[in-house]
Design a protein around this ligand. Structure first.
Ligand code: C2E
Ligand code: CA
Ligand code: CA
Length: 724
């Protein structure tokens, strides 16, 4: 009877949907329910063993009668009943009529006691010999020993539970596998598995074909050596494979070419892993990084190239120069480019620069030079890295100069680029000076040259530069140190034969070098901006002196030289106004001298300032007249009170017919415009004679006196007055 019922029970479990589906929990519940109906027990417990966490999870507990309230008491984890687990693995089941006394079950004693369990049947649920769970039948009342048929039934039920569990695991594994596979297929990242024993590609996902355009069939199952990467980077590929075999990870970025010729960048990593069965595989992860590379190289290009001309920029060129060991550096500057830019507009300025860059590049290509750069707004550099033959370089740079000089057609006009060129032999450089500094020094000289504006750097230039640098440092303290003094050179009225004016000329009592003439420092002061302070001091000192003379009834005018920077500083009018007021000067007795070229630097503001000064009554003289534009048009535009004929014409009077013509023309022009005239640098009686004959108003020069200290000047005036 029992046997038959047991058979039915088993069949019921075997055929249950829960078991077929591999639903362990539901099957365990059914089993517990049925067993509790057939066998005299107080509770049936099914637990599952988790290998990962080494814990015992209670899947179901079915209690009949008394001990339901203690259902929260749980079976001990395998860790605390290792002996029990061990025996169960080997013996499949342990049955004990009195578990409290059973030595096999001592570890479970506290649990049994807590629930008042007296008799147990513990049955192993095993798959392939592994313990996966326990089916436990518990009795709280002692009845009789466990019957063989009961033990057999429970063992069979446990087997069914094991099968259910196996199905569940199988399903889970299958489902996970399909999940992973479809995830891998969805991924934009390339995934590839290579068998390291056979070099065979066991798996590759869809992303690989998307990037490489190589169909999967041509990859899957093939040798890894057939990949483009191995063909295009054989050495690197072999190394990566070698590293994978010994368990070292590789990460690389490579530029590959597809079969259609299109290039792309791929970043990949290769890592070894060992399967459960101990086989070695390489997992390859890869992705397209073409865009990042393009972006990076674009950034590099932007960082290294001039956006307008496409030539290298200063940053790049400086780096190249730093590393350069030998050869020649040529620096090119476009003289008057700024003026051209201001006059013709930036768009035309750009056209000029682009054309100059094109010529430079053309020249460089012809000479197989790669380093051509635009290193400033109108400055270009070219490095003859391998050329050491001096004569060759000399001819080459001359050719370059000639090519750059050729007029450029801009709109309807032909514009001359006016290059200045400096050349430096890298071997001639002193350690403490950079190559560019030396080239710049030579360039300054080149710019001031007449004719071919080419200058080769040499040690004399460097010494002059060092000297200038020293002057610059000394100038900074000269004003505070009261090292300047004004000397006065008399101006003679040729008609009245008396002295009517003085030109204030600055002298510098240099603490080490002695007296310095303006030629030694005015240009440096002008370049560094120190001229503003010096000029202010000169103006103040001259006005103070003029005030003194006026208080002593000495009626002469004071000529003060004004530099361009000072003239356009924006504060000159205010300064002059303040001084004229403070020293109560007769305004017309103060005459500011400025050269024509300087005046033309900014015609509009010059015109405004000249009118303001004229309104104040202060005179304006054009210095060194004849050496600049000497244009009638400008003379009319500015309210000029005086022209000073440059001394070069005067010194040439006796020898040059042309100079005589020019001087007579200037005199005629000045008288037509009603402008007063002074001849500078008069050294001989003949010169004076010529000037007087042509009705030149005034003369100044060594014939009368050089510039004198103020006390000597007073004596000079007294002496000359007494003669007349
Ligand atoms: P400049 O304005 O043409 O001054 C006349 C220069 O010619 C003075 O040279 C003077 O000594 C010199 N000279 C006068 N008569 C003769 C002569 O008969 N023969 C020769 N060979 N030379 C003569 P200096 O004093 O060396 O001044 C040179 C230049 O420095 C001046 O040329 C002027 O442009 C500038 N300078 C002088 N003082 C000042 C100043 O206070 N401020 C500014 N900004 N420039 C000044
Ligand atoms: Ca002057
Ligand atoms: Ca002069």
């Amino acid at each position: 009877m029992k046997k038959h019922q047991f058979q039915q029970l088993l069949e019921y479990i075997v055929n249950s949907e829960a078991k077929q589906l591999g639903d362990f929990k539901a099957t365990a519940q059914i089993a517990a329910e049925l067993l509790s109906q057939q066998i005299n027990v107080s509770s049936v417990v099914v637990s599952a063993l988790s290998a990962e966490t080494n814990t015992l999870e209670q899947i179901t507990r079915l209690c009949l009668g008394v001990n339901t309230s203690s259902a929260s008491v749980i079976r001990p984890n395998p860790g605390s009943c290792t002996n029990f687990i061990h025996q169960l693995k080997d013996e499949r089941h342990i049955s004990a009529e009195f578990c409290g006394d059973d030595s096999r079950l001592v570890e479970l004693k506290p649990y049994y006691q807590a629930l008042g369990i007296i008799s147990v049947l513990e049955v192993a649920i095993r798959i392939n010999g592994h313990l996966e769970g326990i089916l436990s039948l518990e009795r709280t009342e002692a009845t009789e020993p466990w019957h063989d048929s009961e033990v057999q039934l429970c063992s069979q039920v446990a087997d069914q539970l094991a099968l259910t569990l196996a199905t569940q695991y199988g399903y889970e594994k299958d489902e996970r596998l399909t999940l992973f596979l479809s995830a891998a297929e969805q991924s934009d990242q390339i995934m590839m598995v290579v068998n390291l024993a056979s070099d065979c590609i066991e798996y590759v996902n869809k992303a690989h074909a998307d990037l490489t355009k190589v169909p999967r069939e041509r990859v899957l199952g093939r040798q890894v050596q057939s990949l483009d990467f191995f063909r295009q980077y054989p050495t690197l590929a072999a190394l990566v494979l070698k590293k994978a075999r010994i368990g070292e990870t590789s990460e690389e970025e490579v530029n590959l070419v597809r079969h259609d010729g299109s290039p792309y960048w791929m970043r990949f990593s290769v890592k070894r892993f060992i399967s459960e069965r101990g086989n070695h595989f390489a997992l390859v992860n890869a992705e397209d990084c073409t865009e990042q590379h393009n972006h990076q190289s674009e950034l590099l290009r932007l960082a290294w190239r001039c956006g307008l001309t496409g030539l290298y920029n200063r940053t790049h060129f400086s780096q190249v120069l730093e590393k350069a060991q030998k050869g020649h550096l040529v620096l090119i500057d476009l003289r008057e480019f700024k003026r051209f830019n201001d006059t013709y507009g930036h768009a035309n300025g750009d056209i000029m620069l682009i054309e100059v860059a094109r010529r430079m590049r053309h020249f460089a290509e012809a000479h197989q030079i790669s380093e051509v750069a635009r290193i400033g707004s109108d400055e270009f550099g070219i490095l003859f890295e391998n050329e050491e033959d001096e004569i060759f370089i000399e001819h080459a740079t001359e050719r370059l100069y000639k090519q750059l000089e050729v007029p450029i057609t801009i709109g309807i006009e032909q514009i001359e680029p006016k290059p200045a060129l400096a050349r430096v032999d890298l071997a001639s450089i002193e350690q403490q000076f950079s190559l560019l500094t030396c080239a710049d020094i030579a360039l300054q000289y080149a710019k001031n040259k007449q004719g071919n504006a080419i200058q080769v750097f040499n040690s004399a230039l460097l010494n002059a530069f060092k000297e200038d640098a020293q002057i610059e440092r000394d100038l900074a303290v000269a004003i505070k140190g009261r090292q300047f003094e004004l000397y006065y050179q008399p101006l003679k009225d040729l008609k009245k034969q008396s002295y009517i004016g003085a030109e204030a000329l600055i002298r510098w009592h240099h603490p080490k070098k002695g007296v310095l003439y303006p030629g030694a420092f005015i240009d440096i002061a002008e370049q560094t901006g120190l001229i503003n302070d010096i000029g202010s001091w000169v103006l103040e000192a001259a006005c103070k002196q003029l005030n003194l003379w006026q208080r002593h009834q000495i009626d002469i005018s004071m000529h003060v030289n004004v530099s361009a920077r000072q003239f356009f500083s924006g504060t000159l009018f205010e300064q002059v106004w303040e001084l004229v007021t403070r020293y109560r000067l007769k305004p017309h007795s103060l005459i500011l001298e400025i050269t024509e070229t300087e005046l033309m630097e900014d015609i509009r503001s010059a015109t405004n300032l000249c009118h303001e000064l004229a309104a104040l009554g202060v005179g304006l003289a054009i210095d060194d007249f004849g050496t600049g534009y000497s244009s009638m048009r400008y003379l009319k535009q500015f309210p000029i009170s005086k022209l000073k004929i440059d001394r070069s014409f005067i010194s040439d009077l006796s020898v040059s017919h042309e100079s005589r013509e020019i001087v007579s023309a200037i005199i005629a022009m000045a008288s037509a415009l009603n402008i007063s005239l002074t001849a500078e640098g008069v050294e001989t009686k003949e010169q004076e004679h010529f000037l007087a004959e042509h009705s030149c108003h005034q003369a100044q020069g060594f014939l009368y006196s050089p510039a004198l200290r103020v006390s000597e000047f007073g004596q000079f005036l007294e002496k000359s007055a007494s003669i007349h």
